[in-house]
Design a protein around this ligand. Structure first.
Ligand SMILES: Nc1ncnc2c1ncn2[C@@H]1O[C@H](COP(=O)(O)OP(=O)(O)OP(=O)(O)O)[C@@H](O)[C@H]1O
Length: 314
């Protein structure tokens, strides 16, 4: 199939994967448009890595269909592997080679023509040129992750699959990394990225939330927030954890979470929630205000409502 003729960079329907009796990926369908940054979120062990591996042909689904860059995920996995950039969770380059040597090695693996120019260009475009001769083992987490991105971009893929690329990386390096992702997306490169960071989720064009193998919500951040139809109140003052305990027992309060100096109380029954918050705050030195429900409120809500179906017959 001609990849440029397809509407989506990734288009998969009803993917399923079991490991033993664990239903690790459960009827997952999703589409990633060209030039889109698509965030993949969910608790540890929810099936993000497995889904990514199914989409790029590294694992075969038990059932389901789909294409990645226009190639069939079951029959054309070799073409997919050649055309996507996949950054795994673990940094997998050689510590005792320099940055240039690591990139040169990858270029050899892909049997690339003009290796020297390709590596020079990668070093330049990701700001690695000044460190080209530094040993990889001596690099900070942020620089290692930049090298990993350069390596998976070397063969000029049209799609990047990034599995928690910024885990353990400091905020400045994470910001730089995301600026780079947006530059790539502006050039038409699609990105599917898994993350546990809320600020990163907010930088994605679209999101999907997966728990226990099931996609619970997907869309823009606003669509994901709206899908849960939660109202949220913020409560400021002292002894918030005590108040949180009290609120949780009251009708209309589906969730309480402390965020820094504020307690967020959320619920689906808007009137009952307001009544509960006002009752709980009455006569106390507290400030209460309705606020926009945030992505984090919604993710915590979805996670607490999703049930563990692993090990259950399906
Ligand atoms: N090869 C395998 N054999 C057996 N079980 C596996 C295998 N790979 C993954 N699993 C199990 O499948 C489930 C989903 O794992 P997966 O790595 O896809 O989740 P994840 O969402 O990427 O997690 P994390 O956020 O921790 O990286 C987990 O319970 C994991 O232990």
């Amino acid at each position: 199939m001609n990849p440029s003729a397809t509407e989506y960079a990734i288009d998969v329907q009803k993917l399923n994967k079991h490991f033993g009796d664990k239903h690790v990926v459960n009827d997952v369908s999703l589409q990633v448009a060209h030039g889109e940054i698509f965030g993949f979120l969910g608790p540890n062990g929810s099936g993000k890595t497995t889904s990514i591996r199914l989409m790029c042909g590294l694992l075969t689904p038990d059932s389901g269909t789909g294409t990645c860059l226009g190639y069939d995920i079951i029959r054309e996995s070799a073409q997919i592997k050649r055309n996507v950039g996949y950054m795994t969770q673990r940094f997998s380059y050689w510590d005792d080679l320099t940055i240039r040597e690591n990139l040169d090695f990858i270029a050899r693996l892909y049997d690339m023509p003009n290796r020297r120019e390709t590596v020079d260009h990668a070093l330049e475009s990701l700001g690695l040129a000044s460190r080209a001769d530094q040993l990889t083992g001596a690099l900070s987490g942020g620089w290692k992750q930049r090298l990993a991105l350069a390596a998976c971009m070397l063969h000029k893929p049209k799609l990047l699959l990034l599995d928690e690329p910024t885990a353990g990386v400091d905020p400045t390096a994470r910001r730089d990394f995301w600026e780079e992702l947006h530059r790539l997306a502006a050039q038409g490169i699609s990105v599917l990225v898994s993350t546990h960071y809320m600020d990163e989720a907010e930088r994605c064009h679209k999101l999907a939330y997966i728990a226990y193998g099931k996609l619970i919500a997907q869309g823009t951040a606003k669509e994901v927030i709206d899908s849960q139809d939660l109202t949220t109140w913020a409560i400021h003052g002292d002894r918030l954890s005590e108040l949180s305990e009290q609120l949780r027992t009251m009708p209309g309060v589906d969730q309480t979470v402390v965020f820094g100096s504020a307690l967020h109380a959320s619920g689906k029954d808007h009137a009952a929630l307001e009544k509960a918050v006002q009752q709980a705050a009455a006569g106390k030195d507290l400030r209460i205000e309705p606020i926009d429900t945030g992505l984090e409120d919604v993710f915590i809500y979805m996670m607490s409502r999703s049930s563990d179906n692993y090990g259950m017959p399906s």
